[in-house]
Design a protein around this ligand. Structure first.
Ligand code: SME
Length: 165
């Protein structure tokens, strides 16, 4: 099987609808969380401009542990009481940070990161992990980006087989 990247519209809302459809096709019939997290990271990194890190952290019952990603090597374990990722996991609400350097609790895995979006991954009330996106651009993430990337995170959660956490 070979993959070609989708030609995405220039209109942000349409672009993300197309990206979500492509994401659904990419995970179709596969429930393995590493496989799907790896492919979705690669898809988003290749199609959404100005991202220096895209990837997943999985909750192991105590901490967030780095999973599949695209970007530079990253912090391996993040306690729930630390960082933007910890805040997303703890509050189960998307965290959008326009200026990472203005957030005292930001964990600088890659010093080039200036803004960040972290979407919690929750399934049947249980925390699975977070989907983390970093940009070198200040205030990179708009409302459209947030909605569109939350939709990609939802595709990931829905792709998991029954009982997978
Ligand atoms: N900046 C994140 C840590 C993860 S890295 O960006 C990959 C945080 O503050 O939680």
């Amino acid at each position: 099987m070979s993959f070609s990247l989708p030609e995405l519209s220039d209109v942000p809302a349409e672009r993300y609808a197309e990206l979500a459809a492509y994401a659904r096709a990419l995970v179709d019939g596969e429930t393995d969380r590493v496989a799907n997290a790896a492919n979705l990271s690669a898809l988003v990194k290749a199609t959404v401009p100005d991202l220096n890190w895209v990837g997943f952290y999985f909750f192991d019952g105590a901490e967030l542990v780095v999973g599949p990603f695209q970007g530079l090597p990253a912090c391996i374990r993040i306690p729930l009481d630390r960082g933007v990722c910890g805040a997303a996991a703890r509050t189960r609400a998307t965290q959008r940070v326009d200026d990472a350097h203005a957030v005292a609790d930001h964990i600088a895995c890659d010093g080039a990161t200036n803004s960040e979006l972290v979407v919690p991954l929750v399934r049947d009330g249980e925390l699975i992990g977070v989907f983390d996106l970093d940009s070198e651009r200040l205030a990179r993430f708009t409302d459209d980006d947030q909605r569109g990337l939350e939709a990609v995170a939802a595709v990931f959660v829905e792709s998991l087989g029954p009982g997978v956490r």
